[in-house]
Write a new protein. Structure first.
Lengths: 464, 178
């Protein structure tokens, strides 16, 4: 194994640990809706929410970095340049995440000055981490970029996948620089904030996971490089063609000109296309190889990624993307339903697929199968879909009661939140959240024990 | 696509700067702000009216900018948008604040706090929301000082005057009791 692959193991382990923190914080955030007095005076909803969504971003980012550190040395046929710096930064990164979490929980907020933004909380959704930590994330990504670009330069070898990856690193880093400003004008603040959130998540991350899944398909199914790279180019073209101006669906209501209603509505309606491409690709490759694989959990998580991305990101996103619907759905639990499904389908399932692939290689398993992964796969996916469905019902009730007939006031908000359908949706969400958490425990147990619980067969063994 | 986005961005930034077509100057806090249906647009629009200075004290452009800037810093430092939303963006545990300045609920808080004006009631509430709780979901005390509360109220008044293409829908027009 290369040193960068040892580092990949550390990143993927940290990702799984933060996945657990995200799940716990999510359960707590869900419980506040049932019992608003929960931990009142000690730890409020906003901090729990921050822990939930920030660990979501960080565990996925660590998953991507880990996956790329795993695949890249095999792609280049050599150790990554400057891997020593990445090894040091991994520990710095983990320590920084821990410090930020402790500050969030213990200190929580500061007074209205720059000190609070630098050292406690920036108060901007998804990028609440104080500025010092955000600078740390930039440094980690710069070293990551140096590892990739430096190695490509040293080997003088660029494949289609690495070319796409290297180009994607530029906007990935540049857009994150938007995590720092505190612009007084909320319209302008949110204008740029969406460049970070949308163009990161719905463009650069999509390309990143596209590269990672391209390597995964090659290793899992033995699909030829020519085929996966062709699909990758198509996806990049579609993502850039639809996703860049799809940004416009975030510009309907923030004070921006009303031409965004047309532009954003049109292009974001096309955004499911690249996601549909992934489904076609997955079905095509799986069918071509007659569903044969030596790693069933990795294969099923890969298929879950393709379908989840299309359904959660594409179909659920399309449901609320036209301005006529978005006017009522925006900022309700309907949006939350889409957010959960999209992040899960687009990214989480892909990272889990890579992790199973890595576990197989590290432990030298001829094939990976068994019962426990199926339980975790079922509990996580049924739990997630149950939460998504429950949130959707609550979102419908909120959009109707609060927005359509209630008049969107404080009183209408309360009427929506106390509506029976809304409340039952929140309770159901928590129940399915608990199932999801049980799935997480089964997942971790399976990942820890899979080498011991499954007989090691020869590398040529296949499971139908 | 990227080039088109850059062009649209330049145009949009001109529209959303304070004093642009859709976003008022910060000194709008010296005026009365209303929200009425515009038949041409097909939705409600902010209407800037007669002088009605915040806390009865007119502010010049520089003083208004300082106040609004402080208000934004309060909103960020207290992570308000991890419970509330503004323009529908944020978290969904507490009400959207886009038109909070115009919300009829402040009449209730004015009665509860015994404040003479809406803005005084808002300041009193923000400084001790637990004491003036009206619902099971209670806003926690976030150590907001008098000056920070005044700045936050100024920010909410200014933001209520932003043209948001009719968001949130039907504001203040309850159609029936849910």
């Amino acid at each position: 194994m290369y040193r960068s692959q040892h580092l990949a193991l550390k990143y993927l382990t940290a990702a799984i640990a933060l996945f657990g923190v995200m799940t716990l914080a999510g359960l707590m955030a869900a419980y506040y809706y049932i019992n608003p007095d929960f931990l009142f005076g000690l730890l409020h909803f906003n901090i729990t929410k921050i822990l939930h969504i920030d660990t979501l971003v960080i565990w996925l980012l660590m998953g991507f970095i880990g996956a790329i550190y795993w695949f890249l040395p095999e792609e280049f046929g050599r150790e990554l340049v400057g891997i020593w710096a990445a090894e040091i930064l991994f520990y710095v990164f983990c320590a920084a995440v821990a410090v930020v979490a402790v500050v969030f929980i213990v200190v929580q907020y500061g007074s209205s000055d720059e000190t609070a933004l630098w050292f406690i909380n920036q108060g901007r959704k998804y990028v609440e981490a104080p500025r010092w930590a955000a600078i740390g994330v930039v440094v980690v990504m710069l070293v990551f970029a140096f590892n990739v670009l430096g190695t490509a330069y040293a080997t003088r070898r660029i494949t289609g996948i690495t070319a796409v990856l290297m180009i994607d690193l530029v906007p990935l880093i540049l857009l994150y620089l938007d995590a720092f400003p505190a612009i007084t004008n909320m319209s302008e603040d949110q204008f740029w904030w969406w460049w970070l959130v949308h163009l990161w998540v719905e463009a650069t991350w999509e390309v990143l996971i596209g590269c990672i899944m391209a390597w995964t398909v090659m290793q899992l199914l033995g699909t030829s490089r020519r085929i996966v790279e062709t699909w990758l180019y198509i996806e990049v073209a579609l993502v850039l063609g639809t996703g860049i101006l799809g940004l416009g669906h975030h510009y309907f209501w923030i004070g921006t000109p009303n031409y965004w209603l047309t532009i954003g509505g049109f292009f974001s309606a096309l955004e499911p296309l690249p996601l549909l491409r992934m489904v076609i690709h997955a079905i095509y490759d799986a069918g071509t190889h007659h569903m044969k694989t030596t790693n069933r959990p990795a294969f099923y998580w890969m298929m879950a990624e393709a379908f989840g991305n299309f359904l959660g990101g594409g179909v659920w996103g399309f449901m609320i993307t036209l301005p006529q619907v978005n006017l009522y759905a925006h900022g309700t639990q309907w949006t939350v339903s889409h957010g959960h499904f999209a992040f899960w389908g687009a990214y989480a399932c892909g990272v889990l697929s890579v992790i199973y692939l890595v576990v197989q290689k590290v432990r030298g398993l001829g094939h990976v199968n068994g019962a426990l992964w199926k339980w975790s796969f079922a509990a996580l996916n049924i739990g997630l879909i149950g939460m998504v469905g429950a949130l959707l019902v609550s979102g419908f009730a909120q959009a109707f009661v609060e927005r359509a007939i209630g008049g969107s006031t404080h009183e209408a908000f309360i009427a929506g939140q106390e509506n029976r359908w809304f409340v039952e949706g929140m309770v159901t969400r928590l129940i399915f959240g608990l199932l999801f958490a049980a799935g997480y425990v089964a997942l971790v147990w399976n990942l820890v024990t899979v080498g011991r619980r499954v007989p090691v067969l020869t590398a040529a063994s296949e499971v139908k | 696509m990227a080039a088109l986005l850059v062009m649209l961005t330049l145009d949009s930034l001109a529209v959303i700067r304070p004093g642009g077509a859709n976003v008022p100057l910060y000194t709008v806090i010296n005026q009365h702000i209303d929200y009425r249906f515009d038949p041409k647009r097909g939705h409600d629009m902010p209407v800037i009216g007669e002088p009605d200075p915040l806390f009865g004290k007119p502010l010049n452009a520089a003083a208004a900018a300082v106040l609004i800037d402080k208000g934004k810093m309060v909103i960020q430092s207290r992570a308000c948008m991890d419970c509330h939303t503004i323009f529908g963006n944020g978290a969904y545990y507490a009400p959207d604040l886009t038109k909070a300045w115009l919300d009829p609920a402040w009449e209730t808080w004015q009665a509860i706090t015994g404040a003479a004006t809406r803005e005084d009631a808002m300041v009193t509430f923000l400084m001790d929301p637990v004491k003036y709780r009206t619902w099971t979901r209670t806003m926690p005390n976030l150590g907001i000082t008098q000056s920070e509360a005044e700045a936050t109220v100024g920010y909410l008044k200014w933001i209520a005057a932003v043209d948001t293409n009719g968001f949130p829908p039907n504001f203040g027009h309850m159609q029936s009791t849910p």
